[in-house]
Design a protein around this ligand. Structure first.
Ligand code: SF4
Ligand code: MG
Length: 324
C-alpha cells in the first residue's frame, strides 16, 4: 500500500458560518507486504478517516492510494469491487459488526459463498477451519454471537476478515473495547496470522503500548497530519517530535526504576476547522520558538527511515523537554 499526499475535507456549518474541516491534510506512508504500520494519535486526529479512505469507504478529496501496484484512489465503487476482497477491515466493536441472527459459522461462510461462489457446505467446512485457526474451535460455528465474550467475538471478526485471504487488513482500534488481559491475546493472534500468511496490517489505535506490540513501523498523527514516522524502536527509543515525546511519557513503564517525568501538554487539541498557523502543534509545544508560529515545518527524513515534521527534530532527540 502506498499512500501519497492524502487529503480529506468535510464541509461544516451553513451560510456565512460554513467552512471545510481538513480531517486529513496531506498524509503519506507505505505498508509493505507482511508489514504492520501502526497509526497512533488522540481521538479526532484523523487516523480513522485515513483507514476509511484507504478502504475507499470514504471518497478522498485529494491524493493517491496505490494498492498492489494499482491506483485505487480514483476508482469507482464498481471498479473497486473485484479488489475489495484483498482489503478487509476489523473494527472496534465486534458485536456491532456481527449479525446477531446468523450463527458465527454462517457469518464467516458468507463472504465465501457470495464472493468465492463456494457451495454452502464447502463454505461452512472452511468457516469451521477458520474458526479453529483463530482459536475458537470448529464447534463454535453453530453458536450465535451473543454466546461469546468480547475477545471471542473479535476472533470471529478476524476469522471473517481473513476468509478471502486478503493482502491487507485495516484494523481500527481492534482491541480498545476489550479487557487489557484479552488485548494481548488478540494482538498475538494477529501476529501469528501475519507470520503464516504475510498479510499486511494498518493498525490504528490511540493506545501507544498496544501499537508498540504489533507494529514494525509507527506513524504518529496530530491534527490530520503525520508528525513522525519511524521504525518502532526508533520511534519509542529515539523520538524526534515533541508531540511523540509527550505521548510517550504518558505510557506507564512498569519495569523502570525511575519513571520518566511526565510531559504535560498545555491546552486542548485545537479544532481542525481552524488550525494554528505555522506548526500546528506550536500552541502546545514545550519546545516551540518564534519561528514555529510562522513557518510550517516540512515532513522530512531526518535520519534514514525516520521522518518528522519539526524544525528542530535533530536536536529534539537528545534534548530533555522541560514542562512549561
Ligand atoms: Fe514544536 Fe516548533 Fe517542532 Fe512544531 S516545529 S513541534 S512547535 S519545536
Ligand atoms: Mg477513531
Amino acid at each position: 500500500l502506498q499512500v501519497s499526499n492524502l487529503k480529506k475535507s468535510f464541509p461544516y456549518g451553513k451560510g456565512a458560518g460554513a467552512g471545510q474541516v481538513r480531517a486529513v491534510d496531506g498524509v503519506s506512508f507505505t505498508v509493505q507486504e507482511g508489514e504492520t504500520l501502526g497509526i497512533v494519535g488522540e481521538s479526532g486526529c484523523g487516523k480513522s478517516t485515513v483507514g476509511r479512505l484507504v478502504l475507499r469507504l470514504l471518497d478522498l478529496t485529494e491524493g493517491q492510494i496505490r494498492f498492489g501496484g494499482r491506483e485505487i484512489g480514483c476508482m469507482s465503487q464498481r471498479e473497486l469491487r473485484p479488489l475489495r476482497r484483498q482489503m478487509q477491515c476489523v473494527f472496534q466493536d465486534p458485536y456491532a459488526s456481527l449479525n446477531p441472527r446468523l450463527t458465527v459459522g454462517q457469518t464467516v461462510a458468507e463472504p465465501l459463498i457470495v464472493q468465492d461462489k463456494l457451495s454452502r457446505s464447502a463454505a461452512m467446512a472452511r468457516a469451521e477451519q477458520l474458526l479453529d485457526l483463530v482459536g475458537l474451535g470448529a464447534g463454535a460455528a453453530s453458536l450465535y454471537p451473543h454466546e461469546f465474550s468480547g475477545g471471542q467475538r473479535q476472533r470471529i471478526a478476524i476469522a471473517r476478515a481473513i476468509a478471502l485471504q486478503p493482502r491487507l487488513i485495516v484494523a481500527d482500534e481492534p482491541v480498545s473495547a476489550l479487557d487489557v488481559s484479552i488485548q494481548a491475546q488478540i494482538v498475538n493472534l494477529m501476529r501469528d496470522l501475519q507470520e503464516q500468511t504475510k498479510i499486511s496490517y494498518l493498525f490504528i489505535s490511540h493506545n501507544l503500548s498496544v501499537v508498540s506490540h504489533i507494529s514494525d513501523r509507527v506513524a504518529v498523527m496530530y491534527l490530520g497530519r503525520i508528525v513522525e514516522l519511524a521504525s518502532r524502536d526508533d520511534l519509542f527509543l529515539r523520538p524526534r517530535h515533541p508531540y511523540t515525546k509527550a505521548l510517550l511519557t504518558s505510557v506507564p513503564e512498569p519495569d523502570v526504576e525511575r519513571p520518566r517525568e511526565r510531559i504535560l501538554l498545555r491546552g486542548e487539541v485545537p479544532s481542525a476547522a481552524n488550525p494554528p498557523s505555522g506548526c500546528p502543534f506550536h500552541p502546545r509545544c514545550p519546545a516551540a520558538e518564534v519561528r514555529c508560529s510562522i513557518e510550517t515545518p516540512a515532513f522530512r527524513e531526518t535520519a534514514p527511515g525516520h521522518f518528522a515534521a519539526c524544525h528542530f527534530a535533530e536536536t529534539i532527540e537528545s534534548a530533555p523537554l522541560s514542562v512549561s
